[in-house]
Write a protein that binds this ligand. Structure first.
Ligand code: C2O
Ligand code: CU
Length: 510
């Protein structure tokens, strides 16, 4: 079944309204429910899960430094509509089927409000996970202007909860941002990109078994999920009518496994202004933007002089990345911009020459170096699964940085996939990537480099919270731990990996 492209207009998620706001706090309530929504005009309405009746969830907009409290409320049915594998850690048969917990990705948040995977809760908080601490989460928002996103993080089923629809934008604004005179208001558009597969009746398809199937199990987790249809803001291959002027787009890859390498078929440049953690020092003109799962980039696209033109945003990243299937006409198409609207006023917005200072963290300031492998493994059903530092989720905590300490992590990828590695609480900087001899490492446990250290790509020169750790490479990142202590997680953001052991707790100690 192939749906027509560019049949529906791009929806813009609503802005979440506060329940209560005064000079010192803002309070929100966000209810998770199941409902039907039209994802394409040729499809029957699709059962999805969303926040406040919306998939993707409403955009949460906060000011830097604003104290925000959010009560995340699970009002979902007791039965999941996607297939649960009860052999996966945390999703055992004795656990309630529908559990949720929410993490604001990229935010620096106190441990008890970070959405620890074992801090889940069911409808009405009737049952809660062993690490559940509070109903109302607190966000101090110490970060600068940045594009973040919130999504489900429940142990063992977050791949299903996010696929069902539990994700939305969380935007931080500040004075600096306002002074930059960027395209704003209706010229500032968030784009959450995901891939899905539909059944004929319009319902969401998620595999019950990998290929080949596991005969002993009725339902088995799959090593990756690759959808055949691309959605932006919850619509299949949408179009957006634009004016001949500059627009600011916030790009987010919120897919389960798929990476995107985005381009405009007009061949024109996009001006990247922000990485995962906010504004870069200078904008860079780029022909393509690579986004692993959970990565963000902000770009300015200039449609002036293009009146009357249609421009398609395309994708040519193989899935899984980098050695999977190439894209086709469907998965290679993301959305369309139609420069059909009349210019409503003179475009006085700018692509600023300078945004915020970028201060590289010095290697010498690191007090600890950790060597952490990304490994392949085989479970008792013959399924391949991935590990961090060769350890399962349940193994004792080994990453225990001191509050305020700077550390360098060597991500030594021994697998054949690129893994988007995400660390909670902090932003890091990418030092470099370097090819090494995997075979020799497997035999002798020493890193033998086979090439020079390569600096991060231009599009990665800024703060990051998710980094693509490529096969056959050691990726080095540097970060300072704080300002909170406590329990957090780091993991691969390929949802099928994260749910199946490619996640580890870490603790920041005093
Ligand atoms: Cu986007 Cu641990 O999360
Ligand atoms: Cu992975």
């Amino acid at each position: 079944m192939t749906l027509s492209k560019f049949a529906d207009e791009l929806p813009i998620p609503p802005i979440l309204q506060a329940r209560w706001k005064d000079a010192s706090h803002t309070y929100y309530e966000v209810r998770m429910t199941e409902f039907k929504q039209s994802l394409h005009s040729e499809l029957n309405d699709t059962t999805v899960w969303g926040y406040e009746g919306s998939y993707p969830g409403p955009t949460i907009e906060v000011e830097s430094g604003e104290k925000v409290f959010i009560k995340w409320i699970n009002d979902l049915p007791d039965k999941h509509f996607l297939p649960i594998d009860h052999t996966v850690h945390g999703a055992e048969l004795n656990k309630p089927e529908v559990r949720t917990v929410v993490h604001v990705h990229g935010a620096s948040v106190e441990s008890e409000s970070d959405g620890y995977p074992d801090a889940w809760f069911t409808k009405g908080f009737k049952q809660v996970g062993p690490y559940f601490r509070k109903q109302i989460y607190r966000y101090d928002n110490y970060m600068r202007a940045v594009t973040l996103w919130y999504h489900d993080h429940t142990i063992g089923i977050s791949r299903l909860n996010i696929y069902a629809g539990l994700a939305g934008f969380y935007l931080l604004r500040d004075q600096r941002e306002r002074s930059l005179n960027l395209p704003s208001g209706r010229y500032e558009v968030p784009l959450i990109i995901q891939d899905k597969t539909f059944n004929k009746d319009g319902s969401l398809y998620y595999p019950k078994q990998p290929d080949p199937p596991v005969p002993e199990l009725e339902t088995s987790i799959v090593p990756e999920f690759i959808g055949d249809t691309i959605l932006v803001n919850g619509k299949v291959w949408p179009y957006l009518n634009v004016e001949p002027r500059k627009y600011r787009f916030r790009l987010l890859n919120a897919s389960n496994t798929r990476f995107y390498r985005l381009k405009l078929d007009s061949g024109q440049l996009m001006y990247q202004i922000a990485t995962d953690s906010g504004f870069m020092q200078h904008p860079i003109g780029v022909k393509e933007i690579m986004l692993g799962v959970a990565e963000r980039a902000e770009v300015i696209i200039d449609f002036s002089n293009l009146a009357g033109k249609n421009i398609i945003m395309t994708n040519d990243a193989p899935a899984p990345f980098p050695t999977g299937d190439p894209t086709n006409e469907n998965t290679g198409t993301v959305m369309q911009f139609r420069v059909t609207l009349p210019l409503s006023s003179v475009d006085t917005s700018v692509i600023p020459a300078y945004m915020v200072p970028f201060v590289p963290v010095k290697e010498e300031s690191a007090s600890k170096i950790r060597y952490l492998t990304l490994n392949d493994n085989m479970d008792k059903y013959g399924r391949e699964f991935m590990l961090l530092d060769n350890k399962q989720w349940d193994a004792p905590i080994t990453e225990n940085p001191k509050l305020g300490a700077t550390e360098i992590w060597y991500l030594i990828n021994l697998t054949t996939d690129s893994h988007p590695i995400h660390i909670h609480l902090i932003d890091f900087q990418i030092l470099d990537r370097r090819n090494f001899d995997v075979e020799k490492y497997n035999k002798e446990k020493v890193i033998h480099y086979t090439g020079p250290a390569m600096p991060p790509e231009p599009q990665e020169r800024g703060g990051k919270d998710t980094v693509r750790a490529n096969p056959n490479q050691v990726t080095r990142i540097i970060m300072k731990f704080g300002p909170y202590t406590g329990l957090y997680v780091w993991h691969c953001h390929i949802m099928e990996h994260e749910d199946y052991e490619m996640m580890r707790p870490f603790i920041v100690i005093r």
